[in-house]
Design a binder for this molecule. Structure first.
Ligand SMILES: NC(=O)c1ccc[n+]([C@@H]2O[C@H](COP(=O)([O-])OP(=O)(O)OC[C@H]3O[C@@H](n4cnc5c(N)ncnc54)[C@H](O)[C@@H]3O)[C@@H](O)[C@H]2O)c1
Length: 260
């Protein structure tokens, strides 16, 4: 019988987290580094990455920041090459980078705005999952975790979220399909579906739209907005051997938002 420590042992595991320059990605990157993982954080925001490296240092651990635009497949491949050069193939990859995109009436949405949200949220997750899988294949083991959303499992309660909710719905089914495609080669694919987390998403939505944030809080049975650190436990579970037989699952981390 393995102990709990053995089940969630991440010591020396090579973990890649995109969107690591802020919010949930920073929380996961710093948190898993604190659990002993060798963490590489990819983000398009260099200053954000420096902030994450500093936050890790404050905790006495390290996160290796690598600039990367997940919407560009060459940039994603370069991220994984940097990881390989430093520490070899990844054990775990979190395809977490995402944007909320423009919120507004569908009739005012430009094609370019629509494509941009899908390019970052959906293409980006696919590029990260594929790049990780290519490097996991020779060893026939690995774990890939995508970031969906409660609004990838049902629609957002208010109008204006069409590209975002569509991209996250696609992430939910991308998770399931990749789980089928990759399982025969020893790689599992799951997703985290966050509810409301206080981050920098949506150009400071959580700091600038108190009424909308209050509505989300009230809609959440636990009655509060989560902090990025609260993603660490679920991330550690999905990254560790404790979840070895969990595959194609979308784990809501939402304080009960989806329970009703
Ligand atoms: N905060 C929430 O309430 C919430 C809810 C559900 C899902 N999510 C999802 O969680 C994930 C993380 O979001 P967050 O809330 O931490 O937001 P955030 O804005 O705080 O962090 C997102 C990070 O992704 C990076 N990023 C954006 N575009 C990128 C690109 N093209 N390439 C690389 N990095 C890029 C940003 O620079 C930023 O550092 C997203 O996928 C988001 O959709 C968040």
């Amino acid at each position: 019988m393995r102990s709990l420590e053995e089940l969630i042992d991440l010591d020396g595991k090579v973990v890649v987290v995109t969107g690591a320059g802020s919010g949930i990605g920073r929380g996961i990157a710093v948190g898993l580094a604190g659990l002993g993982a060798v963490v590489y954080g990819g983000d398009v925001d260099a200053d954000g990455l420096r902030g994450t490296e500093a936050a890790a240092e404050e905790d006495g651990v390290a996160v290796h920041g690598v600039e990367c635009d997940v919407a560009e497949e060459d940039s994603v491949e370069a991220l994984f090459e940097a990881v390989a050069a430093g520490h070899g193939p990844p054990d775990v990859a979190f395809a977490n980078a995402g944007i909320s995109g423009p919120m507004g009436p569908v009739e005012e949405l430009s094609t370019a705005q629509w494509h941009r949200v899908l390019a970052v949220n959906l293409d980006g997750a696919f590029f990260v999952a594929r790049a990780a899988y290519r490097r996991m294949l020779p060893r026939r083991r690995g774990k890939i975790v995508l970031t969906s959303s409660t609004w990838g499992l049902r629609a957002a309660p208010d109008p204006g979220f069409t590209p975002y909710a569509a991209s996250k719905g696609a992430i939910t089914n991308l998770t399931r399909q990749l789980a089928i495609d990759m399982a025969t080669n020893g790689v599992t694919v799951n997703a985290i579906a966050p509810g409301a987390f206080h981050t920098n998403i949506g150009d400071g939505f959580y700091d600038q739209q108190p009424d909308a944030v209050e509505a989300l809080r009230q809609r959440t049975p636990r009655g509060r907005i989560a902090t990025p650190e609260e993603a660490v436990g679920p991330a550690a579970f999905l990254a560790s051997s404790a979840s070895d037989h969990v595959n194609g699952h979308v784990l809501a981390v939402d304080g009960g938002y989806l329970a009703w």
